[in-house]
Design a protein around this ligand. Sequence first.
Ligand code: OFO
Length: 171
Amino acid sequence: MINERMQKEINEQINAEFWSAYLYLSMSAWFTQKNLPGFANWMYVQYQEEISHGMKMFRYIHERGGEVTLKPIAKVETKWKSPADAFKATLEHERKVTALINGLMDTAHEIKDYATINFLNWYIDEQVEEEANAEEILHKLQVVEKDPAALYALDKEYESRVFVDATLSAE
Ligand code: OFO
């Protein structure tokens, strides 16, 4: 049976993951409207990943005999000043998510919930990747920003990104 405080905090994180999904879906729409289908695809895959991050927690709570409580999803931004601005917001958001995951890990250690420590290790690794990906694309965008031909060439690179379902990966 999962500890009540841990359950509450993971439920809050499910909401944060679904909010992230909503944010990236909004960015995907914005990139589509800007005629940048590669970045729109990258953000759509990111949306799918965030749903799977939330679902991985959803399943974990049930596996531990707990209760999932879904909360309302707060509104998200719908416009950004530039592609680089959208990725700057992505990086800032992922840094916040890293801090949230670290907070969950602090609780798991405090209450000696070893199963949840193990479970959360996957998210600790994932956040390293999430921040690195956003940072790399932001740097590339800052270089090409004033060169439309280079921006379209970069956009092409992200057309091939595909979704990997986190709920299927080992914990
Ligand atoms: Fe779930 O990793 Fe991004 O937010």
